[in-house]
Design a protein around this ligand. Sequence first.
Ligand code: FAD
Ligand code: UDP
Length: 374
Amino acid sequence: METDYLIVGAGFFGAVIANKIASELKKKVLIVEKRDHIGGNCYSKIDEETGIEHHVYGTHIFHTNSKNVFEYLSQFTEFNSYYHQVLTTHNDRVYQMPINLETINSFYGVNLKPFEVDDFLAEEKAKEQYPKPKNLEEKAISLIGRPLYEAFIKGYTQKQWQKDPSELPASIINRLPVRNNYDESYFNNGRYQGIPLDGYTAIFERMLDHELITVKTSTDYFSIKDKITVNEKTIYSGPIDLYFNYTHGHLDWRSVRFERVVSPYKDFQGTSVMNFADESPAYTRIHEPRHLHPERNYTESQSLLFYEYSETNPEEPYYPVNNQENKVKLERYQELAKKEEKVLFGGRLGTYSYYDMDQVIGQALSLFETQIKS
Ligand code: FAD
Ligand code: UDP
């Protein structure tokens, strides 16, 4: 078989590039996907029993500050008005997350004003000082002090990463803002935010619906690569270490497992995502996807729930573990990648990066302009 471009992976990275090549360069694209569906980790589908749409690989909220990415994606979908807020349960009480003034006031039983928070927390923070935090624990304590860290970060992080926070890089916690006001929005970059009106999968169907694009699902790149003649380039969004046959060893990934439960209550927890901050229960969060589509007015009397557990499963790589050991391995793989003249690497697996959807879309758009189109 012959194609101009071969794309590995039908997630956002692969689908955006496939669409751009077909629609702008008018070249033939073959996209191979080893799963039996398109959409990568953003794949969404309707649950047959409850009729509720859910995100098979975990709740996905589109959010970005990039007008460019938002406008690009808006060619393929409209978004609903969903606005992401997260709650967390600690010692059987529910608090707002990320930590904000409501969380701090409820936790300490005080009624601070925004301008009083820094002085209030300074007393706790002074007990342990980390001017140059070396890991997630030190970083979190230097931001909020030990009591808030132990209540809301320590157990959750330990469950989620299956590692003590003192062994994890400080950078992970940078994703989570701490606020001295009552702003309870989960994302700092939430200027454009929502859930696609017809779900994520419909976006991929529209992106890939082009006469020059051929999609082959349930097809592993490594089983077909020798049978395909690629005239231009291969764009690879699978795991970078696998591409090089683990020459420099395996890059570590954290994985998650979801347990599906049908609740007899129409509304089980009143929100789409409830975190569990303590070491017990063993699950990190409960997802209730009916709340992602308030505009749909689901009439079902039951609700669909997914209990999320962290696990190590190399077959399902979800989150890169960005410690020093993996960084060194990654640099070696990046050196090898540079030498592959006819292959471009990208996406969260191809770059071993903790990317949100908007970052992956941005990366794909920019790679197209700089390394494919020109
Ligand atoms: P993927 O979507 O993983 O696509 C890569 C595809 O390549 C996969 O389908 C894979 O099967 C395929 N593939 C791999 N190897 C091969 C091979 N050998 N042959 C053929 N195909 C192959 N981002 C947000 O913006 N908001 C969120 O709320 C959010 N929530 C998330 C929650 C979870 C639990 C996780 C894990 C991620 C979340 N993300 C979120 C991030 C988001 O999922 C990613 O940014 C996005 O899916 C990355 O797209 P991608 O194309 O790079 O990778
Ligand atoms: N985190 C936490 N408690 C929470 C939520 C998050 O300790 O209730 C920490 C945890 O270490 C996590 C990091 O903050 O890995 C980033 O959180 P985010 O929700 O962005 O992670 P994601 O679920 O997207 O991996």
